[in-house]
Write a protein that binds this ligand. Structure first.
Ligand code: FAD
Ligand code: 2AM
Length: 738
């Protein structure tokens, strides 16, 4: 179909280009926002440094691929920035284009298959010819992760099919590996493409080089992408302490959200968190169990899907930004943010036209990630007024080693960078009014938007259709912190605690609800560090709806912005088939849902127990005593399951309860005969969930070894059994993350 019901001219991206006098269209295929962010950065760089290039960034979901045939191949260009997700799938927003262009990825080499371009309205093409020949020129960058099998599949397939269709590729597509250094891969590719593009489009390449220094980069400053209008102090709902407010908080908006669905990645639902507790309060790491109420949202989930959650930033970090931007006094001022380019695809950066500084920092901007090298050059360096600041920023943005050491290795945030600049300026005796202060508009270009985090739903939709649960481990780790200037002035090689944004936000909610349920007095809006003396805690601003607090029995409700992301991770449709699940740590999440479903199936089969196939789970964690997640539930489920099928069993591996490590794959090896019987002889399905890089790989290797041993297969045949018999038929499924 032509996709979507908007009128066809609205889906004509070439018309959109012509209206805005654009000569480059950048299409992004983005799932979590990284590719979209890269696309925006490319556009920014083109606009700032290559005056003849006029890019527009578009989401393919909103446009129709058939208009490609209206392009002028010598004056216009497509740049693809395409991520690959899961097991080589295109991102949701590329789905339609991908299906149309690459109808069957297996047969991509056939070459001659031409997708059906529409022949309605003004576009008519001859299907038997190469429809894009002498019509389209393109270049592309793929984002992927070599931990997964199908590295950059989306970009590779689109690339191949575009050339087969006759489009002209200006240079080999770049590829970035998130498993090693995506940022550096992107940066290297980017450096090479500008001369090629300028040459092809025959525009003057007045590229601004580092050697030109500040005077030239000042051009960047004058071409601010976002215009920020400060409307001044008004009573802010965001920080309101009117405890009777019954309005659920909508992510930083100053007006109640008028969006009433449908809810998706672009319009998350403010879902009440029904239940939240720590599954391993005595463990070395906290693992949270949260139940999220989707009633009234119209969103449905199926067992095996993911829940995406938009986090709120750490409050300490938010306050640090306000301070270094000299905005602490104006934190609650209303601001109106508009795109400087009237033809840009997005007029607004935020869902409402007005917000406040503090809300933007809390809810919308990714303020926790280190800035990219070229972002320092484009969005910070132009504002340096002192020699000291200029020198430091030039060094960080041109010297890869200095950047890597001072920014990447020590996880320097933008606020940290600005603090460092100001410290260096102070040491150099620069007066306060000559010190660098970054305008908020520049910060809006510098920081990406906060992205949603995915969590595997840990409940069954049969058992709990409206209230999915998730199981998340709170991420806290230590990193080195060595910020060394060229002069070696700042030096601090101590270890510093780092906190995952989303999981610590969920931890704050959990602590808040736990303390409230104990009847403790808790600051209603900003949850301050709860247990004094415990360094491993950060605070988040959360927004309980206090209207329910008057009822003595009920707790205030806390909301979080969420949406459901559908997956292909599914139990076999035939319940009589065996299932083998491997889920150490939070990898248990989807299997808790699977188990609920198997037990439910068993109960609804009250006559014949033979109808439910064997259910086997391998669970692992550090210590049995403290991190045996959902222990009593698991034991209870298996008591029931094993009554009906004697092969059903739960195997556990507690890695740190003895001197040597015992992992789930060791338990699999011990059960080699059982696994071969269930998977090979009985046609069962195999599932792995959890950490991708080591665990999922080791588990796969173990299964191959089991096939060699028990099936007497040669290595190559055992590998083929896993990749063909199991994977291709959907009997080997992974739900894994880096
Ligand atoms: P962030 O603030 O995003 O920080 C994470 C980043 O910190 C990492 O990317 C890495 O750069 C850095 N980092 C992390 N550890 C270290 C270290 N030791 N040293 C140095 N740097 C480090 N998580 C669950 O808990 N449960 C689930 O069920 C679950 N399911 C998922 C399903 C899918 C499909 C995907 C893609 C992910 C899933 N995740 C799950 C992971 C989850 O989405 C988040 O990535 C995770 O919770 C961390 O989010 P955060 O915001 O707390 O951390
Ligand atoms: P460890 O941390 O003691 O090494 C959940 O995180 C469990 O998975 C922990 O018991 C952890 O053990 C274990 N684990 C770590 N690496 C693994 C691997 N490569 N394969 C299987 N389990 C692993």
């Amino acid at each position: 179909g032509s996709g979507g019901d908007s009128s066809s001219s609205e889906r004509d991206f070439v018309q959109k280009m012509h209206e805005g006098k654009k000569n480059i269209v950048i299409f992004f295929g983005s799932q979590t926002g990284t590719a979209e962010d890269f696309a925006n950065r490319l556009a920014r760089e083109a606009t700032s440094f290559h005056p003849g290039l006029h890019p527009i960034v578009l989401d393919p979901e909103n446009y129709d691929y058939k208009y490609m045939t209206k392009m002028n191949p010598t004056k216009e260009l497509i740049i693809w920035v395409l991520a690959t997700t899961g097991e080589g799938e295109p991102t949701d927003n590329m789905q339609e284009w991908y299906e149309a262009l690459v109808s069957d990825p297996e047969n991509i080499d056939d070459g001659c298959e031409v997708p059906e371009f529409y022949e309605d309205d003004d576009v008519s093409i001859e299907v038997f010819e190469q429809p894009l020949k002498n019509k389209v020129a393109y270049i592309g960058f793929g984002l992927g992760n070599t931990t997964y099998e199908q590295f950059c599949a989306n970009m590779r397939h689109i690339d191949k099919r575009m050339s087969t269709l006759g489009a002209k590729r200006l240079a080999p597509c770049g590829e970035g590996d998130d498993d090693s250094n995506l940022e550096e891969d992107f940066s290297n590719w980017k450096e090479g493409i500008w001369p090629i593009i300028c040459d092809h489009l025959k525009v003057d390449d007045n590229a601004v080089t580092d050697a030109d220094g500040v005077s030239a980069t000042a051009a960047a400053a004058s071409s601010l992408e976002w215009i920020v209008e400060d409307i001044g102090q008004e009573e802010s709902l965001d920080n309101s302490t009117t405890s009777t407010s019954s309005r659920p908080f909508k992510r930083g908006e100053m007006v109640p959200d008028t969006h009433t669905g449908p809810y998706d990645a672009k319009h998350p639902f403010m879902a009440p968190i029904k239940v939240a507790y720590n599954l391993s309060p005595e463990g070395e790491r906290s693992v949270l169990h949260l139940e999220i109420d989707l009633a009234g949202s119209g969103m449905k989930y199926e067992t095996g899907d993911h829940l995406a959650i938009f986090p709120t930033n750490h409050e300490e970090e938010v306050q640090a930004f306000l301070k270094v931007l000299r905005l602490s006094d104006k934190a609650n001022n209303l601001i109106k943010v508009t795109n400087a380019d009237p033809y840009a695809a997005h007029a607004n950066l935020f869902p409402s036209s007005t917000t406040t500084y503090v809300a933007a920092l809390r809810h919308y901007l990714d303020i926790a990630s280190p800035p990219a090298r070229e972002q320092i050059r484009m969005s910070v360096l132009p504002y340096a007024k002192s020699e000291a600041a200029t020198e430091l920023l030039k060094s960080l943005s041109s010297d890869k080693e200095a950047y890597s050491r001072s920014v990447v290795d020590s996880c320097l945030t933008v606020a940290g960078l600005l603090q460092l600049v100001n410290r260096v300026e102070e040491k150099a005796g620069v007066s306060e009014q000559d010190q660098l202060v970054l305008p908020f508009g520049a910060l809006l270009s510098l920081c990406s938007r906060i992205v949603a985090r995915y969590y595997s739903i840990s409940s069954s939709s049969l058992v709990n259709p409206k209230i999915p649960s998730i199981t998340a481990v709170v991420l806290q780790y230590q990193s080195t912190s060595s910020t060394t200037t060229q002069e070696g002035e700042e030096k601090n090689d101590g270890l510093q605690w780092r906190y995952g944004v989303a999981t610590n936000y969920l931890d704050s909610i959990t602590r808040y609800l736990t303390q409230k349920s104990r009847g403790d007095k808790v600051d209603e809006y900003v949850l301050v560090k709860a247990e004094p003396g415990n360094v491993k805690q950060v605070s988040h601003t959360i927004y309980p709806d206090l209207s329910t607090a008057d009822e003595p029995s009920s707790l205030p409700v806390v909301h979080a912005p969420v949406y459901v992301r559908h997956s292909n991770f599914r139990l076999p449709t035939d319940p009589s088939k065996p299932v083998v699940m491997v889920g150490p740590g939070t990898g248990i999440a989807p299997f808790r849902g699977f188990l609920q479903e198997r037990v439910h199936q068993l109960a609804s089969n009250n006559n014949g127990s033979a109808n439910t196939g064997a259910t086997v789970l391998f669970f692992g964690s550090r210590h049995e005593k403290t991190d045996y997640l959902y222990k009593s539930e698991l034991l209870e489920s298996f008591e029931q399951l094993s009554k009906s099928n004697s092969d059903s069993s739960l195997f556990t591996a507690f890695s740190r309860d003895q001197a040597h490590k015992i992992y789930v794959q060791h338990r699999m090896q011990e059960q080699a005969k059982l696994l071969w019987k269930l998977l090979h002889e009985q046609g069962g399905s195999f599932y792995v969930c959890g950490e991708a890089r080591y665990m999922a790989r080791d588990v796969r290797d173990t299964l191959i070894r089991i096939a060699q041993q028990e099936g007497g297969l040669a290595l190559a045949d055992a590998e083929a059994w896993v990749s063909n018999d199991l994977k291709k038929s959907g009997r080997y499924q992974e739900d894994i993350w880096a």
